[in-house]
Design a protein around this ligand. Structure first.
Ligand SMILES: Nc1ncnc2c1ncn2[C@@H]1O[C@H](COP(=O)(O)OP(=O)(O)O)[C@@H](O)[C@H]1O
Ligand SMILES: O=C(CO)[C@@H](O)[C@H](O)COP(=O)(O)O
Length: 465
């Protein structure tokens, strides 16, 4: 049996799966946690990867592997390949002002969307580089190369001794703000503009099935991908499928044959891992909305779900706008979460639990409607990520989205997508291997339009949008 491995270096943890390259059967898996926080030394990803590999029984017997990882994180390397400073992660909002400045300097959001498919917000790597140039010019001066989390881990797995050898792929490059998914090219002028005339080395953009290196044990290293592109590859998303991921972030995305250029910045025109496109809306507030609410109510996540399921749709008018960490979609980096509709009668744990689940899903329903607004068809939702383990999320999702919701069996879909890419690279075939699609349970329910209407009223009252 030929084995392949897939790695997901996500915000909260690192996961490793080992699968049969021919039919995708899961053979072994492992995981390890990442430290909390929105900046982290990349060595901590490496440490967690080593632990996760050990937990998965090692990788000495795999023929190929690939890394999927959280997108956008700014990894700065000096000429010798040493890390210049801690990586700023996608959910670090200190670069919000830098993002606004960049949007203005190019003449507005549409100018960015037309040029690279993406309008800078704090998450985008270009904004982080501008922040670095202004706040820590010495670190900026020492930066000889800039790459992303999955690029750095792939490079380290391949020996990591020459900064000229770092590679990326189209999906992750498209989240930087200086790569255009439509043309497949870097836009170095935008990079220099962001980094105040500095011109660091960028990773070479490898093709979807290229072998970019070899581990010390002789496994081939496939190009890897951004986490959302890897998940789309794992679930075999087709036209009409909208993938909703509830990890630390909330993500709504769809595989599409054509690029998007949304000047509002809501829909990012990313690339997928197969040569197509991945229009995507990402929020800063995913599954942690539920854990924060559970902590506030003094219950665990299962109890939170039970409370929410015991409450009526619409939570008797209690509405949560769940912008705990500020927000990216809409771009409100200093926003905070709020609860409205509380009276002496409605200030009840079950209604607050329901409002949290509904608010989380409504923030993603906004994303769904923006993606549809870009001409993307939506026939069903494919729900993945840690938050899907909530029974309340699974049951209430179709009520809020107004679409059937297919829930693949619990799994590590980013790592699985990376494994499938590794098998594809190993095969040299034109198409990814035909692995069985994950078994899904489909949840259907009547839409309750009042839920999203009240949510939008509450948001408009708070933010005028
Ligand atoms: N039963 C559950 N109910 C709600 N949230 C859950 C449940 N189980 C796990 N989660 C949440 O899932 C998240 C982790 O999901 P994951 O997709 O691995 O995140 P990431 O990719 O950002 O590291 C955590 O925020 C965790 O609280
Ligand atoms: O910023 C984005 C996508 O644009 C996020 O999707 C990150 O890629 C992190 O994902 P999770 O850790 O929440 O899965």
């Amino acid at each position: 049996m030929t084995l392949v491995a897939g790695i997901d270096s996500s915000t909260q943890s690192c996961k490793v799966v080992v699968r049969d390259a021919d039919d995708g059967t899961l053979i072994r898996s492992g995981r390890a946690s990442h430290p909390d926080g929105t900046e982290i030394h990349p060595d901590r990803w490496w440490d967690a990867l080593q632990t996760a590999i050990g937990d998965a029984g090692g990788l000495d017997d795999v023929a190929a592997l690939a890394v999927g990882a959280q997108q956008h994180g700014m990894v700065c390397l000096d000429e010798g390949g040493a890390v210049v400073r801690d990586a700023l992660l996608w959910n670090d909002t200190r670069s919000a002002d830098a993002a606004s400045a960049l949007v203005d300097e190019l003449g507005g959001g549409q100018a960015w969307a037309d040029r690279v498919g993406v309008v800078p917000v704090a998450s985008i790597t270009a904004s982080k580089l501008r922040w670095l140039a202004d706040a820590e010019p010495d670190s900026a001066d020492r930066t000889a190369a800039v790459c992303l989390p999955h690029d750095w881990l792939s490079w380290r797995l391949g020996g990591g001794d020459d900064v000229a050898a770092v590679t990326t792929d189209r999906s992750d490059a498209s989240g930087t703000g200086y790569f255009a998914a439509a043309s497949g090219d870097y836009d170095r002028e935008l990079l220099r503009m962001a980094f105040r005339d500095r011109d660091p080395r960028l990773p070479r953009v490898a093709g979807p099935t290229e072998v970019v290196g070899e581990t010390s044990a002789g496994a081939r290293i496939a190009p890897g991908a951004g986490d959302n592109a890897a998940a789309a590859l794992a679930v075999g998303a087709r036209p009409g499928d909208i993938v909703v991921s509830l990890g630390t972030s909330g993500v709504v995305s769809a595989v599409s044959g054509t690029p998007t250029h949304d000047g509002s910045g809501y829909v990012a025109g990313f690339a997928d891992a197969t040569g197509r496109h991945l229009p995507l809306v990402c929020t800063l507030n995913g599954a942690p909305v539920l854990s924060s609410t559970a902590a506030m109510l003094g219950v665990d996540l299962d109890r939170l779900a039970a409370l929410a399921l015991g409450a009526p749709s619409g939570a008797e008018g209690v509405v949560m706008v769940p912008y705990f960490e500020g927000e990216r979609s809409p771009n409100l980096p200093t926003a905070q979460a709020s609860l409205s509709g509380l009276t002496l009668r409605t200030a009840r744990p079950d209604l607050i639990a329901r409002a949290a689940v509904e608010g989380l899903l409504c923030s993603l329903r906004d994303g769904l409607d923006y993606i549809r607004g870009c001409g993307v068809q939506a026939r069903r939702i494919l729900l993945v990520g840690g938050g899907v383990r909530s029974e309340a999320v699974r049951a209430i999702a179709p009520v809020v989205f107004g679409l059937p919701v297919a829930v693949p069996a619990p799994g590590e879909y980013v790592a699985d997508g990376a494994a499938r890419q590794a098998a594809w690279a190993l095969s040299g075939a034109e198409n990814p291997p035909e692995w069985a699609a994950p078994v899904t349970e489909t949840v259907e329910a009547d839409e309750d339009p009042a839920v999203i209407e009240r949510y939008r009223e509450a948001r408009a009252t708070l933010y005028g949008i």
